[in-house]
Design a protein around this ligand. Sequence first.
Ligand code: NAD
Length: 454
Amino acid sequence: MQIINPATEEIIKDIAEDTKESVGDKFRLLKAAQAGWHSVPLQQRVQVLKNFSSLLEQHIEALASVLTSEVGKPLQQSRNEVNGARARIKWLTENAEKYLSEETMTVDKGLEEKIAYEPLGVVCNISAWNYPYLVGVNVFVPALLAGNAVMYKPSEYATLTGLEIEKLLKQAGVPRDVFHVAIGGRNTGEYLLDLPFDGYFFTGSYKTGKYIYERVAPKMVPCQCELGGKDPLYVADDVADIKSVAAATADGAFYNNGQSCCAVERIYVHEKVYDRYVDEFVKEVSTWKKGSPTEQGVYIGPLTRKDQLVVLDNQITEATQKGATVIAGGNRISGKGYYFEPTVVINANHNMSVMREESFGPVIGIMKVKDDDEAVTLMNDTDYGLTASVYSSSQDRAKNILRQVNSGTGYWNCCDRVSAAVPWSGRKHSGFGSTLSHAGLRAFTKPKAYQLRG
Ligand code: NAD
């Protein structure tokens, strides 16, 4: 397998993919080691994951550089990602004892009723490339805290980062056979689906998630899917400062080149503020520096995957054929690397894929709406349900809208953010189950009910 730098198209490394046999061997080692890890007191497991976080801090420059070289995100965004992962580990380690320890529910006349949170066993984590630290940490950190052994399959586009993660986890004190990495793409994923893991935790596209869910179903083990989105954002007519709203929401759409599961993917603007908003939005986009992700100050680097350039070309061609107007960008940037101009499409509508299918790139569609009801109808007119956002000076108004939108997260005056304190979950084609929060810690456990009379 070749690791390619998306900014230069150079081959960084040739690396051997795992085979069916090597994946099977790793599985058996994980299986043998898991009970020993579970018998390590929780406080010690917590300490090991805290050590991992310290190592991330210590090596942040080298890690950011590896990440940028294989996924192409601007270096500062790679540093932000490692720091973001540390913030999640902090919350998870600080709350592990509270949510993973045995709970006494009732004590009554010699009868005690308790819940113990037992680990699932050996879990399989098939992961995505767009935020390998963040989406990885969501899974393998709580899984390890809960006493599981983990087979981690990084995306084939983030392999080197996956290997860095493995190295640092082991340096931090995770026993050698409690965490293994499976290297490769679809074929390696298939080998993992053939094995009898005790749980599957997938982050990736709806298409692959649906397939994995179907394949895992007969095993009767937990299968959790964090999938794509087409996240809507509504700008109401009472926003106080259009310029700052335009800047914040443009960042929500274009950060990491739009390659975020919770990137703002479609924007609805109240007709009273539409023209001013669009004007400020385009002004903001025009200020961004484009270029090599290793260059200081660059905000728009290359896309990670070459194939996505075609998806963006097609969305823009179709939208313009159906009456939309491109008022910024619209084209690939010539030369080496998978670069695409940040693109703003107005007069978009729901007959266009730019408003219906995940763009996962630097393209945003904007639509004018006449009132909140029309915004709600359009926000819900989607197969997805990850996040939704409302900008308004009234929390009541925003919450009234968000209550009606079928999404796992609702944002008021913010967007494109994830917090470890609250569940991260999708609805409809965005998946199901939660990571992060107390729900995300317990997702890696099976409750055992004890009814003890004596
Ligand atoms: P993808 O579905 O192409 O791949 C995801 C993983 O599945 C990779 O590791 C890949 O090798 C593996 N895979 C592919 N085919 C497989 C098969 N047949 N069997 C087993 N494994 C297989 O997704 P991607 O391009 O890596 O990630 C982008 C997608 O992930 C976007 O849709 C994005 O929105 C979504 N995502 C969601 C979240 C979330 O939290 N909801 C977070 C990040 C990314």
